[in-house]
Design a protein around this ligand. Sequence first.
Ligand code: PEP
Length: 263
Amino acid sequence: MSGSTITPWVVGNWKMNPLQADAGALLKNFKQLLNEQNIAEAACHIGVAPTAIALTTVQNELAQASRHIMTVAQDVSRVAGTGAYTGELSAELLKDYGVEFVLIGHSERREIFADQPHIINEKVKNALNAGLTVIYCVGESLEQRESGQAEQVVLQQICDIAAVVQAEQWKQIVVAYEPIWAIGTGKTASPEDAQAMHAKIREGLSQITPMGLHTAILYGGSVKPENAVELAACPDINGALVGGASLNAESFYKIAQAFANTK
Ligand code: PEP
């Protein structure tokens, strides 16, 4: 079973960065690189997930790029619609403002903000029902990996959302496998270990939905230009969710290029 024919996705997760002036410079430089040497849309989907306050500005900036670049929200409310929910940003509001993609279940949300599986399920359900595409993040901790539980933990996270994803909505799901011990640490899973987990995820997905064969499964965890080519060569690694390296235009561009070139 292999997902090597899937168009790759490379998405930059800016997290709680950068300040306005730096974000402007980052986008300007990235657009300039694309102008000089375009990456074909058919070769790689590219997206940027800025802070909530910057979503509209970034979206307007990206509309001036030489190719389509997705604007991705980093999270969404567990509450649907509109109403008296101070501080929340619903899937319907994102959609209304033209944002079509959202990260859900990032390990920082799970760990720091106590996004439990039932909360994540509410977010996934709302996002899908509003017509958004969900980049659903899964991944094990170092302790879980060292005790031989990595596969079980990750497959459980995949099974968790099956309760709320309707059969025809699986095409709105992209999975990002991000081993927690590799996020922001400089440690990357070896291409072999990452490919093995991606193949397991694809197998698990395929038992739930026929779409599993076509679902893009991204790898995240200290992806940089130096390791992107090797990761991109793995048949079930269909792209990357990039944190730190997405804050540098040249690094992010090179990662996108690596995935575009090898698929
Ligand atoms: C992330 O947070 O999604 C991520 C993969 O971060 P980094 O690339 O910095 O490890």
